[in-house]
Design a protein around this ligand. Structure first.
Ligand code: ADP
Length: 675
């Protein structure tokens, strides 16, 4: 078959034929064809070479054709064949013997079988088949090599992808060979270790960290790390904690995920370890544990502080109930009850403030006020505690008034908290200093004491909730560790700041408050014109008070407390009774509960305010609710004042009389304030 007509069904198995005489070539093709061998005739050696390049099983050609190839194109073609190829040539040589030199020259060209003419057909067919088989084997090798190359390429690509993946992983990653020598690490691992280990180096076997520790702090050798274990046991270790130390001594808590890598035969090829830095999470967990512990401690202290006042109250109750007890004894018992209840009320108020602050529910009623007034208020509140401890209080105020835009009660609460602490954490007969000065646009209030002081390690946390320097119950000082947290929050809500200084053990403490002063300090305090809100009655030694209260015990106690103050008290248990009483008893003050049977306190007040005889009477609501909406509701009903139960008789006194009176009870302070 001429080459141009040849459509190779399988070019790899065709036989190329090159003979000087065309007839011989055609006859050979016929013979091959009859024996199932595909062949094609080439006209020149160059053509043979071209076809070899395209792919062929073998070539049958005469010796002369080779010897005539002076340029050696056949040899070159065969030499340029790929490594797997050893193209078999069947060379028909003339009859007669060959010199060994000519045989060598022929064999130097390539892999060839010489067949002396005349050739037996059967021998030729056998030789051709043998060459074709040989060639098929070569092609198989070629296919295998191609497949292997492909696989290697695929492996290289997948390894490359794998590395890229590891490089971009938001975690440290490194691999080791079966001996534990590091073969790869990413930059995140370097950051974690604080150093780049050497690759394939025995010094950095198993791990690139400077030092290693177990989670309990025990030092670990590198051959005990999770990577080493994965290589040793062939098992995976997932999410195991370990502590790595950087060369600078910094320690990180890390989750290791060490997994052996197996090759295609299931043999250990190394291991990979993925490291996740969980130091921040650990710190947060520790902080949570600490907060949880502080909360537990707080609950214990709170329970203790709430139970403390109950014993004196329980002791006082039988005296109050005894008809034989003298009036003086009852007054004393009553005084104990009132003090203890006040203490509990303060605790509960603080607790409620905490929840309000946390829920962002504290509303400041800011107005232009003088810090002197604030200080005066605070001293009034803290006076009992300071006096009880027999402390000396020195107050230094500047001649000029310092005005701020602030909530009088809240700011007083802040200073009073600091004064109370100074009183609590100073041995009896100590000294407390309270000073005010103005520096530029800042009002500075300092509360200093010569008490037990605060250790320096506690200073940074002293304003945190539930923090107490000595939280043992035996040393509890009537506090629950939230006062300073309230101070900080309240002062910051006023745009100010608080700072603490103490040199520790027995050297006293100083708290400094800074507040922006109000814009125009020369302007006088604007007097609140609201006659109702500020209505106070003239100073009389005794007031006629109508107490409307359905709870018998409370009515009795309040009556006693007011009687101790020298007032005359009548009690009505509901609306109709109250109306009956005012027909012939015109009170100076009506102290009214809101939740009454039948008519509510609001309704009674609304109606009573319409009575001309009661036009000079002060109406005070006493309720369990102190939120703004309840105050508004009282105001709308006509109440002049709103007090939260249990009534603080001192605060009630403050409402009934001008402040001056209670202020004068502390002559030193009064002098300092009016200086
Ligand atoms: P507490 O109810 O315990 O008084 P605070 O929040 O007011 O709560 O104060 C927190 C802790 O700060 C106190 O328990 C005490 O250990 C310490 N502290 C506060 N003020 C002083 C002070 N003036 N002198 C010494 N320690 C103080």
């Amino acid at each position: 078959m001429p080459l141009k007509d040849f459509i190779p069904s399988s070019p790899r198995s065709r036989v190329l034929i090159l003979m000087p005489v065309r007839k011989d070539a055609t006859a050979t093709v016929d013979i091959f064809s009859k024996n199932g061998i595909i062949s094609c005739i080439c006209n020149t050696l160059a053509e043979v070479c071209e076809e070899i390049k395209k792919g062929a099983g073998t070539a049958v050609l005469t010796e002369e054709m080779i010897l005539l190839d002076k340029e050696g194109i056949l040899q070159k073609t065969l030499e340029n064949e790929p490594r797997w190829s050893d193209f078999p040539l069947l060379v028909l040589t003339p009859a007669g013997s060959h010199t060994s030199k000519s045989i060598k020259a022929l064999e130097a060209i390539g892999h060839m079988t010489l067949m002396q003419r005349p050739v037996q057909i059967i021998e030729l067919l056998s030789a051709v088949r043998s060459s074709l088989r040989d060639r098929q084997r070569q092609y198989k090798v070629r296919d295998y090599l191609i497949e292997r190359d492909k696989q290697e390429e695929a492996l290289r690509t997948s390894e490359e992808k794998f590395r890229q993946l590891l490089d971009t992983l938001p975690a440290g990653a490194y691999t080791c060979d079966p001996d534990g020598l590091i073969t790869y690490f990413n930059q995140q691992a370097v950051q974690m270790w604080g150093r780049a280990p050497k690759l394939n180096d025995t010094l950095d076997r198993f791990c690139g960290s400077f030092k290693l520790f177990a989670i309990n702090g025990t030092p670990l050798t590198h051959d005990a790390c999770w990577m080493a274990l994965a290589l040793k046991t062939g098992k995976g270790y997932i999410g195991e904690e370990i502590v790595v130390e950087r060369p600078n001594g910094e320690r990180l808590t890390v989750l290791a995920h060490a997994n052996p890598i197996l090759d295609g035969q299931g043999e250990l090829a190394g291991a990979i370890n993925i490291l996740v830095d969980i130091s921040d999470r650990k710190k947060a967990e520790d902080a949570l544990k600490e907060a949880d512990k502080r909360k537990d401690d707080f609950l214990a202290i709170l329970a203790h502080e709430l139970r403390n006042p109950l014993a004196p109250i329980s002791n006082a109750m039988p005296i109050l109930q005894s008809p034989e007890a003298s009036k003086e004894t009852r007054f004393k018992a009553m005084d104990i009850v009132v003090r203890q209840v006040n203490q509990m009320v303060r605790l509960v108020d603080d607790l409620m403030d905490v929840s309000r602050i946390r829920g962002g529910k504290i509303e400041l009623h800011k107005e232009r006020i003088s810090l002197r007034d604030v200080i005066q208020n605070a001293i009034e509140t803290s006076r009992p505690l300071i006096e009880e401890q027999k402390h000396e209080l020195t107050v230094e105020l500047p001649a000029a008034l310092v005005y701020v835009n602030a909530d009088l009660l809240r700011l007083s609460q802040v200073i009073s908290n600091l004064l109370n602490n100074a009183a609590k954490y100073t041995e009896p007969r100590g000294h407390i200093w309270l000073t005010l000065e103005q520096a530029g646009n800042v009002g500075i209030i300092r509360v200093r004491d010569n008490g037990i002081g605060i250790p320096s390690n506690m200073l940074p946390r002293i304003f945190d909730m539930f923090t107490q320097v000595d939280d043992s119950l035996e040393r509890a000082q009537g506090g629950i560790g939230i006062g300073l947290m309230l101070v900080k929050n309240l002062i910051e809500m006023h745009g100010g700041s608080v700072e603490v200084n103490s040199e520790g053990g027995g050297k006293g403490s100083q708290f400094t408050l800074r507040l922006p002063v109000a814009a125009d300090v020369r302007e006088e305090v604007k007097e609140e014109a609201d006659a109702n809100e500020n209505k106070s009655i003239s100073q009389t030694p005794s007031l006629r008070i109508l107490l409307v209260e359905d709870y018998e015990v409370l009515a009795q106690m309040t009556t006693w407390a007011l009687e101790i103050e020298g007032h005359e008290v009548r009690v009505a248990h509901d609306g109709p009774q109250a109306f009956k009483m005012v027909k012939d008893y015109i009170p100076d003050v009506v102290l009214m509960d809101i939740g009454l049977p039948g008519m509510s306190g609001y309704e009674i007040c609304e109606l009573m305010r319409k009575e001309p005889a009661l036009r000079d009477t002060i109406f005070i609501a006493q309720t369990g609710w102190g939120q703004e909406e309840h105050r508004q509701r009282s105001k709308a009903a006509g109440f002049h004042h709103h007090m939260v139960k249990p009534i603080d008789t001192q605060a009630l006194q403050g409402l009934l009389y001008p402040r001056k009176e209670s202020f004068e009870a502390m002559p030193d302070v009064a002098r300092a304030l009016s200086a």
